[in-house]
Design a binder for this molecule. Structure first.
Ligand code: 5FX
Length: 531
């Protein structure tokens, strides 16, 4: 009898640990989850984290993530999950978070004891018991120091793919060195959340992959190797503590005997290096060719794209190495003003109804008669605009105090996509298609404007667990590359995966109207930034 091979994707995110399992026909056959606050209350986290009184320092205990892995596998075992069929595991970790292993940790990982849980035998392995995570924003002075050392924000972006950001791991490490020197001296290895979970699975230090490694302000984005100047400006003796970088499709090792003994995994089960949650989401959405773009319309709007010729920018988004193509890149641009801002307009001008919002869009024309609006309800990330407020302009660039309800509705949606078109072009993204995901992607009126502004077809995907699914896809991809002894293109590995729905074709006349508007939009945006 032929046994169906299974691929396990884990997602260690901020609030939970999830598992998605696919078969070799790409069908999701099982899903499991552990919620940190509800299922592991002893750690006293809120939303999976601990925050300082001023809210700037945000950490999670690394042992929480270990306990979650114990619990997740116990739940899978209780559900009689067929561990023996899993031929490969990979995973996703919240980006930027770091785990500081003591010098003796490697030996302890190699000798995991069958009679003890992972939690019981990893208690003494951490030199820093509160792992800084991506929500931390306490490292502004370290960021400025890195930028000064390397020649300014644009120089840091050119070298590492992003200007210095507080949450990026290098700046977090610099803070540990400055504030907890003995702990740093005790540290033998620094892992990301992704490589940390992989390390538990293989019972050894697993490498950081180049895609998650791009979120540290420490990696040379072109060579995909550690950037010596950045390491030296960050901490002494850092390179040996980070270990080697690995290609995202490579094998970290076989699963440790502890997992085969306790859960029945096959000793041949491969662990493919883990990556960050955003890279894994890109894989889950199967963006693979330059020009493939996904726009997630959620609380914040996020644009992901695959690109071959990135132009890192100090003010627009991040460039990461691609998690599915060793020669490629991905870009990620985040907008704080997403769904909450659209909903604010809906609530203020059309009585909170999406039907009326859609009707208002239908009553107005592409280009909105020349009206342009900037809706900064929350301090904006792209471009950085800290001062909140709404700025409205008529067709002659004259500021207006208000728009009619219909014009206001169209202005908020058009403004968001014009901004995405402008700033994505700046970092080198040239969309050929867009995959729309997230709550607002069910609104045809919004997708119509997205398609027309960019002039490309829009597909839709409902992928709530795209990071865990992407990790499962990456497990399959890495396993296939290993089996064939060569790099197999991700698209080829995923041939036969269910196609996305082609939902919207661009109206080329409307697209021409938006192309005409771009210069004015850019000029007015500058004006808004200056005021
Ligand atoms: C990306 O740069 C981020 O900081 C977040 O999206 C985290 O990866 C969330 F886990």
């Amino acid at each position: 009898m032929n046994v169906i091979p299974l691929f396990l994707g884990l997602d260690s995110s901020t609030q939970s640990l999830k598992a998605s399992v696919i078969d070799d026909q790409f069908k999701v056959v099982a899903e499991f989850a552990v919620n940190f606050d509800a299922d592991l209350p002893a750690f006293k986290t809120q939303g999976g984290v601990h925050k300082s009184a001023d809210g700037l320092t945000v950490t999670s205990p690394p042992q929480l993530w270990v306990a979650a892995l114990d619990l997740l596998f116990e739940r899978m075992k209780a559900a009689r999950f067929p561990f023996a069929q899993v031929v490969a595991v990979s995973g996703s970790g919240q980006q930027h978070g770091s785990v500081f292993f003591k010098k003796n940790a490697r030996t302890a990982l190699q000798h995991l004891k069958p009679g003890l849980t992972l939690f019981e035998q990893t208690r003494d392995l951490f030199s820093v018991d509160a792992s800084p995570i991506w929500m931390d924003s306490s490292t502004t002075s370290q960021c400025r120091a890195l930028e000064t050392a390397l020649g300014g924000p644009q120089a840091v972006a050119d070298l590492t793919g992003s200007r210095a950001f507080e949450r990026f791991t290098g700046n977090q490490i610099a803070k540990i060195v400055q504030t907890r020197r003995p702990a740093y001296e005790e540290t033998g290895r620094i892992a990301l959340v992704s490589s940390f979970i992989a390390s538990l699975l293989i019972g050894d230090h697993a490498p950081i992959d180049v895609s998650d490694g791009s979120g540290m302000n420490l990696m040379d984005i072109r060579n995909k190797s550690w950037a010596r100047r950045a390491l030296e400006s960050t901490a002494p003796g850092l390179e040996s503590r980070l270990g080697p970088l690995a290609a995202s499709h490579s094998v970290a090792g076989r699963i440790h005997a502890w997992f085969t003994g306790r859960y029945g995994f096959s000793p041949d089960c491969q662990v493919i290096v883990f990556s960050g949650d955003n890279p894994c989401s890109l894989a889950g959405l199967r963006l693979q060719k330059a020009g493939d773009v996904a726009i997630s319309l959620g609380t914040s709007d996020t644009l992901f794209a695959t690109l071959s010729d990135p132009k890192p920018s100090a003010s627009e988004g991040h460039i990461f190495a691609s998690p599915v193509d060793p020669a490629g890149y991905m870009a990620m641009i985040v907008y704080k003003n997403g769904s909450l801002t659209r909903e604010d307009v809906r609530n203020r001008v059309v009585g909170g109804s999406w039907e009326k919002f859609a009707a208002a869009l239908a009553q107005t024309q592409p280009g909105n008669g020349g009206h342009i609006g900037f809706f900064i309800k929350e301090p904006e990330i792209t471009p950085p605009i800290l001062k909140t407020g709404i700025h409205r302009f008529d067709a002659h660039d004259k500021p207006l105090a208000r728009f009619s309800p219909e014009v206001e509705v169209r202005a908020v949606v058009e403004g968001q996509f014009l901004s995405m078109r402008l700033h994505s072009a700046h970092v080198g993204i040239q969309p050929a298609m867009i995959l729309a995901t997230g709550g607002a992607s069910v609104e045809p009126g919004i997708l119509r404007i997205m398609s027309d502004v960019f002039g490309v077809p829009v597909f839709t995907a409902d992928k709530p667990n795209s990071a865990a699914l992407g990790a499962a896809y990456r497990a399959l991809h890495g396993w296939l590359c290993q089996k064939q002894g060569k790099f197999v293109p991700f698209a080829e590995a995923l041939t036969g995966a269910p196609p996305f729905l082609r939902t919207m074709e661009p109206d080329l006349r409307a697209h021409a109207v938006y192309s005409e508007m771009m210069n004015r939009y850019e000029m007015l945006e500058k004006k808004v930034i200056e005021t």
